[in-house]
Design a protein around this ligand. Sequence first.
Ligand SMILES: NC(=O)c1ccc[n+]([C@@H]2O[C@H](COP(=O)([O-])OP(=O)(O)OC[C@H]3O[C@@H](n4cnc5c(N)ncnc54)[C@H](O)[C@@H]3O)[C@@H](O)[C@H]2O)c1
Length: 318
Amino acid sequence: MFKIGIVEKIDNTGLKLFDNHSNFKYEIVENVSKDNLIKVLPKYDGLTLRVAKLDTEILSHCKKLKVISRHGVGYDNIDLNYIKKNNISLLITATANAVAVAEHAMYMILSLSKGITSYDKAVRSGEFKKNVSQIETYELYNKEILIAGFGRIGKNLIKKCKGFEMKVNIYDPFVDDETIKSLGGNKVQNLSSAVKTADFISIHIPLNNETKNLIDINMLNKMKKNAIIINTSRGGVINEKDLDKALKEKIIFGAGLDVFEKEPPDLNNPLLKNEKALLSPHSSSFTNECKKRMSVETVQNIIDFFENKTKPYMIVKL
Ligand SMILES: NC(=O)c1ccc[n+]([C@@H]2O[C@H](COP(=O)([O-])OP(=O)(O)OC[C@H]3O[C@@H](n4cnc5c(N)ncnc54)[C@H](O)[C@@H]3O)[C@@H](O)[C@H]2O)c1
């Protein structure tokens, strides 16, 4: 019998898969305070994990743990050195998220460039036409977008951009020119020169020591005044203080953020009051369809792991 801890509830569709596997017993762990995780996690052979943090201290109590199955594709909430050293496998929902996140990035691009929030406010406040012509809006047609990170999500987003007849530059040192060309993009070698001509910049790279604060005030200062930057990857890739300044000082036009340096952000985070920022609560993969796909892949990955049937593309190579 394998004991599985479902750390934070996931959609029932996935949990139902356990009904056909009598050798698994699962429990839902809702209290993700450090003290509680140290107390309850040691009994599990496998864990599913949403956004709770598994640091060295918590993991060092999990002596039976063989596998962590992330409900998602990012894994910056796990101490990777520890799990690598202790032979704990890490699995992700590799085919579940890309469509939903790419659609969310495109929604933010459209919403910001079309002034959706301001127009909506104008109609509701009775200012149907008054001052509305002062609201700046932009077209996507013929504009240049820079997609930073050309993995699952970046490769999905490019299809949407091509539909809007945009020119697409790709910054991803780990993806070859041919792959990028075959999907209609143009590979750029240097991020700081590529941001100079981009009308839109969409970030799809993981957060790690190299990418932390990748977009800081120096980078923002190089961007066009009409530039709109979208981050649906991880908070911390863009320096929030610098971004707030760049928006307030009209160095760039707008920003769409699904992710934050600290989640949830403090209520006194200036970006929460910045009208040039469009915000969402780390929710880009929370479409009804994607929640189901993620829960199914998360649980299937656990079952496959203990039945020695893990799909290679679900494994994170540490
Ligand atoms: N907001 C959300 O709910 C949500 C959902 C899913 C994924 N994400 C985040 O989005 C990120 C991208 O997801 P994905 O599934 O496309 O990942 P992926 O691993 O398929 O792609 C990431 C790409 O980034 C590239 N990359 C790595 N370091 C880079 C660097 N320094 N500069 C440029 N490119 C670099 C890699 O070569 C890779 O092609 C994930 O790291 C995850 O944290 C967020």
